[in-house]
Design a protein around this ligand. Structure first.
Ligand SMILES: [Zn+2]
Length: 240
């Protein structure tokens, strides 16, 4: 299939998905993914009480996780995760809705919360860069969940959303079920950075940090291309 035809089919699929979501929201109004109550904002997946009850990740949680990697954790000038991510927990329900449940609109307000928390600790960067998905997977899903978070974070930080600065030209296997070493080998050389990243201060955004090997590989690619300062913010930090 030609790339143009594929892009056209993807655009048509996106319109149908948006239409389907709109109809579904009328028939089944969105409920809080934590307790089932009607949320105050239809754009947030949780009611204020469930949002408050999420466990905040410790300040040094991400840095400590990246220290366990053989190399590369020091590529970041500052790191932040909003909440602790538990298998089967409320935040996983949120992540699933964001990632697989065709609810990309949840990403922007959650990204704003990430941007606000980031602004309390660090200066505003030049732009926010989402961890990209490989093109095939993005076309399957219709969107990149990290890009919706990045869009919200950029809005809160009043800076640019720059999904164009990082590409993922090589497909990688899913990281699920791989050991730490296997994960690292799997993502090395997966990314490509645009030359415009040189000299800039960038905030990398992803949904959940597990070992951190994907985000560090992405950051090293920007670093090698001449990025000046790199930060990292994630919605969740997987409990280990
Ligand atoms: Zn709730």
């Amino acid at each position: 299939m030609s790339p143009r035809l594929r892009a056209f089919q993807s655009a048509v699929a996106q319109v149908l998905r948006d239409l389907g979501r709109g109809l579904l929201d009328i028939i089944y109004p969105p409920r809080c993914l934590g307790c089932g109550a009607r949320p105050e904002s239809p754009y947030l997946p949780l009611c204020p009480r469930c949002l408050q009850s999420l466990e905040r990740a410790p300040d040094t949680g991400v840095a400590a996780r990246l220290d366990r990697l053989a190399t590369g954790g020091e590529v970041f000038n500052g790191t932040l995760a909003l909440w602790v991510f538990d298998e089967g927990g409320t935040l996983q329900a949120v992540q699933h809705a964001l990632k697989y449940g065709n609810r990309p609109r949840y990403g922007v307000p959650l990204g704003r919360l990430m941007g606000q928390a980031f602004a309390e600790k660090y200066p505003s960067p030049d732009g926010v860069v989402p961890i990209p998905l490989h093109t095939t997977r993005r076309l399957e899903r219709g969107y990149n969940q990290s890009a919706t978070l990045a869009e919200g974070a950029a809005d809160a930080l009043d800076c640019a959303h720059r999904p164009d600065l990082l590409d993922r030209p090589h497909p990688t296997r899913s990281q699920t079920g791989l050991s730490r070493e296997e994960r690292w080998r799997n993502v090395q050389d997966a990314f490509a950075a645009a030359p415009e990243c040189a000299g800039g201060q960038w905030l990398l955004v992803d949904d959940v940090l597990t070992t951190g090997s994907t985000t560090v590989a992405a950051a090293q690619t920007l670093d090698e291309a001449g990025a000046d300062t790199l930060y990292l913010a994630t919605l969740g930090l997987a409990r280990q």
